[in-house]
Design a protein around this ligand. Structure first.
Ligand SMILES: Nc1ncnc2c1ncn2[C@@H]1O[C@H](COP(=O)(O)OP(=O)(O)OP(=O)(O)O)[C@@H](O)[C@H]1O
Length: 307
């Protein structure tokens, strides 16, 4: 059963005469890692600020963990967020910042502080004041503060900014780990689309304040013609064998090629099945279309990216 964590229903936001969000409607299911994509000024941060009540909601409705009105604040206790500058106290050390957050959330378990510092890779810096941390380390501290209360839903606005390449890899692992081991649902925005592609299960696109498209990673891969490209001597027989093997969705591209819309198949096993049944396999390769390309095409259909 899918549970909806967040529903944004016909939400608009004005700053004076300027409309930053225009009738935005979408929802996020439990377990999703939802990548939010849009140009500078598209409205991503504004949307995240509305969800977390950092900015007042005037038009539309937002339902968080089933709550939209009086108990919204209660629901927010299950949300961790890093939006814009992480909210650490500069004069306090890493550890003191976490202690303070623990007190604010009534967290008694002292090990949780150690675990969280370790989890974000700041053990060596736990006695360092927040003001003396590098940009990437401050990002990690912000994440630690958001993670400490073990939220069900994590909202991250451009969290990869300022991380070095190994930091980005560690961060990706960390998000996947949170999602898989703690079933944490994540809403994340980033302009680094290659990275966003690697972590997200679904993508939402915002353009000039409008929510223009939502696509699952699976559909995106299909539309991008991404998957395992199989070169075979007999496509008809190969297709039958793939069906018998319940390999999942695939497309016969031409007389010699089949595209399997699933990167996680066991290619060695597949090769063996085909060869044993008399199908010569000429090649098995990964074919990847990019999220960047998909986004560029989407913007072209929106009539370019003029302001
Ligand atoms: N407090 C404010 N007052 C006036 N305009 C605002 C305010 N906050 C945001 N805006 C405007 O709303 C629009 C959306 O801004 P927002 O920060 O949500 O964009 P974004 O998608 O997060 O962009 P970026 O990728 O650059 O971070 C921008 O044009 C911005 O100038």
């Amino acid at each position: 059963m899918t549970t909806t964590i967040l529903t944004v229903d016909h939400v608009s936001k004005h700053f004076g005469h300027f409309q930053a969000l225009n009738d935005v409607t979408f929802s996020i299911n439990r377990g999703d890692i939802y990548g939010l994509i849009g140009e500078n000024g598209a409205g991503k941060t504004t949307l995240m600020r509305l969800i977390t009540h950092l900015s007042p909601l005037a038009d539309g409705k937002i339902t968080l963990l089933g709550e939209s009105a009086t108990h919204y604040q209660q629901a927010l206790k299950h949300v961790g967020a890093v939006i814009e500058t992480p909210a650490a106290f500069k004069k306090l050390t890493v550890r003191q910042n976490l202690k303070l957050t623990a007190i604010q959330h009534g967290i008694q378990d002292k090990h949780l502080i150690d675990q969280t510092i370790d989890f974000v890779g700041l053990s060596a810096k736990q006695k360092t004041k927040a003001s003396h941390l590098s940009l990437g380390q401050r990002q990690r501290l912000g994440l630690a503060l958001a993670l400490l209360p073990q939220p069900d839903f994590l909202i991250l606005d451009e969290p990869i900014n300022g991380l070095d390449p190994s930091g980005i890899v560690a961060f990706r692992k960390l998000l996947k780990q949170l999602n898989q081991e703690r079933n944490t649902t994540i809403l994340i925005s980033s302009h680094i689309l290659t990275e966003l592609y690697q972590v997200s299960t679904k993508f939402g696109f915002i353009h000039h304040g409008k929510f223009i498209k939502e696509v699952t990673k699976e559909t995106l891969d299909k539309e991008n013609e991404s998957g395992i490209l199989l070169g075979v001597s007999d496509v008809k027989l190969a297709a039958q064998l793939l069906d018998n093997d319940n390999i999942g969705s695939f497309t016969v591209l031409n007389d010699h090629q089949i595209l399997i819309h699933n990167f996680s198949i066991d290619t060695a096993k597949l090769n063996q099945t085909l060869v044993t049944n008399g199908v010569a396999v000429t090649n098995i390769t990964r074919q990847e279309g990019s999220l960047e390309q998909y986004y560029t095409n989407l913007l072209q259909h929106q009539g370019g990216n003029q302001q």
